[in-house]
Ligand binder design. Sequence first.
Ligand code: ZN
Length: 143
Amino acid sequence: MAIYNEVQLQRIFIGKLKHGGDLLEELTSVCEQNGISLGRIEAIGAVKKARLCIYNQQARKYEFFEIEEPLEITGLFGNISLRDGKPVVHAHITLSDAHGRAYGGHLAPGTVVFACEFTIDVYKGQQLRRAYDEETGLPLWKM
Ligand code: ZN
């Protein structure tokens, strides 16, 4: 059974990140600095290099990989909620190389911004919090 809430759009932020910053850390900082704890995020732009991961469902752990080349952010989508009382950006990203080939995965620290334009929609409603989920081993939302 799906578990979900209805929320209302409260505020919208639009901007760009600083050149050379860590993509995930910069997005998280925008949330921390503005008290954003519930919302959605999207971005486009380019990175100097990327570090992503995929969750190994059998081993129940993230497996990280790096792409050490300039890449275009063709799409970043994610959400914002709380974990241990702090805002967490959970984002997935698709990147393309010089030949238009795509890579994708769960965005990890270590992805370096070349240029990035983002939008954050801030929601008002019941706060979503992440906690350990027995079934998957992931920090999923608890209602
Ligand atoms: Zn993920």
